[in-house]
Write a protein that binds this ligand. Structure first.
Ligand code: ADP
Ligand code: ASP
Ligand code: MG
Length: 409
């Protein structure tokens, strides 16, 4: 007998008939002789709806505690509904909020981190043959206040529970068959991967592939939780996330393409090329808790330079205001910005041992007349910033240039 944590995402619990489908899947696992702990997301677009309501009021940092109280309600609904459906099907089940389990987090509202999980109640239920159904995405801090883990955070709840319970597998059920070479909703020929390494999955997740929450991959890697992504709707084996040394075959050069529209670009034009300028520009940005992603500085002949960086699109207006002030202080010529950009990244552990990936990427984009605005690289990824309107064209062109559809196409 093994212990399996099963997590079902928003689309998978979007209606009562969807929830009944989920319940049948859980019962099938239990009837095969396994112990099951369940984690659920909110129904469909419920978290978006709640978030829109909060934005209508206007969210300021001092409201973050209340935003968490609001957003966490979506998951409470689905835990109760699923437990009721399971009970009706003759299987005792019990719903839990994060606070009831005691998923202890820090107090960083809207992006809290899990510190500790009290698994006692869950173990007791399992022992009595009751299926615990836990609300994803939420926890409770030391003061007893409700916290949330950041959008997409139910995956992290599931992996953290699997780690705490030393489960045999954590299964993330979603609305596609597994992890693909790129978002299958954008590239029709995207291929579902049988396996992918933790390292690659971590890059893909943090570079914008929504299919797994970044922290979930980090957790699974750190605590060696066997992690699988699979479909709520179809009986397919899905994708296993593995360690590189377990993955068996020779690694492809590129495993996947990730992209995000969540960024914006800011440039301070005509700043003096002298020591200390980068910190004069970025200091106030970081003081405002705005995260900076890519940074580029050009050197011009007349000792004046342009300084460009990207921030999250939600932080764009605030960052621009700060920069207007900074530009006056350091006597820069002007500030310009663009929030219609996208970041696209190629990821693959095979890049370590293969040259020529960047040149092929740049050639492919130039053949489509797509201008590259910024570039950044690390050992297993290359990212470029391009105009948002070319994003889908670029992803399709690169997917085919690197033959990611493979022979199965
Ligand atoms: P859930 O509600 O089940 O957590 P999400 O919407 O968070 O589902 O994540 C699944 C979605 O991730 C898919 O519908 C797909 O559009 C998107 N996605 C982006 N990149 C990938 C990828 N490489 N492989 C699979 N899905 C991806
Ligand atoms: N319901 C939350 C969200 O939409 C958490 C999740 O689904 O993982 O972000
Ligand atoms: Mg998700």
């Amino acid at each position: 007998m093994s212990l399996i944590v099963q997590k079902f995402g928003g689309t998978s619990v979007a209606s009562i008939s969807h929830i009944e489908n989920v319940a049948r899947r859980i019962l099938k696992t239990r009837d095969a002789g396994h112990e099951v702990v369940v984690v659920v997301s909110a129904m469909g677009h419920e978290t978006d709806r709640l978030d829109d309501l909060a934005r209508e009021i206007g969210i300021t940092p001092e409201m973050h505690r209340e935003v968490d109280a609001l957003l966490s309600t979506g998951e409470q609904v689905t835990t109760a509904l699923l437990s009721m459906v399971l009970t009706k099907m003759g299987c005792p089940a019990r719903s839990y909020t994060g606070g009831q389990v005691k998923i202890l987090t820090d107090s960083a509202h809207t992006r809290a981190r899990i510190l500790e999980i009290d698994e006692e109640k869950l173990r007791a239920d399992i022992g009595e043959g009751i299926i615990p159904v836990v609300a994803g995405f939420q926890g409770v801090d030391a003061r007893g206040d409700i916290t949330t883990l950041g959008r997409g955070g139910s995956d992290t709840t599931a992996v953290a529970l699997a780690a705490a319970l030393t489960a045999d597998e954590c299964q993330i059920y979603t609305d596609v068959d597994g992890v693909y070479t790129t978002d299958p909703r954008v590239v029709e020929g995207a291929r579902c991967l049988e396996r992918i390494t933790f390292e690659e999955m971590l890059e893909l997740a943090s570079l914008g592939s929504r299919v797994l929450h970044t922290r979930a991959v980090e957790f699974a890697s750190k605590y060696q939780v066997p992690l699988r992504v699979l479909s709520s709707f179809r009986d397919v084996p899905g994708t296993l996330i593995t360690r590189e040394d377990e993955s068996g075959m020779e690694q492809p050069v590129i495993s996947g393409i990730a992209f995000t529209r969540d960024e914006a670009k800011l440039t301070v034009l005509g700043v003096s090329d002298i020591p200390g300028i980068a910190s004069r520009i970025l200091g106030p940005i970081s003081d405002a808790n705005i995260e900076v992603d890519m940074i580029v500085q050009n050197v011009a002949a007349d000792n004046s330079t342009d300084f460009t960086f990207t921030v999250g699109r939600n932080d764009y207006d605030q960052a621009r205001k700060i920069l207007d002030q900074v530009a006056r202080e350091i006597d820069a010529r002007e500030v310009s910005g663009d929030n219609k950009i996208a970041k696209l990244s190629l990821v693959g552990v095979g890049m370590r041992s293969h040259a020529g990936v960047a040149s092929r990427m740049f050639r492919t984009l130039s053949e489509e007349s797509i201008n590259i605005q910024m570039i950044s690289t690390s050992e297993i990824k290359i990212s470029v910033v391009i105009a948002e309107k070319y994003l889908e064209l670029a992803v399709r062109a690169l997917h085919s240039a690197f033959d990611l559809a493979g022979e199965e196409e």
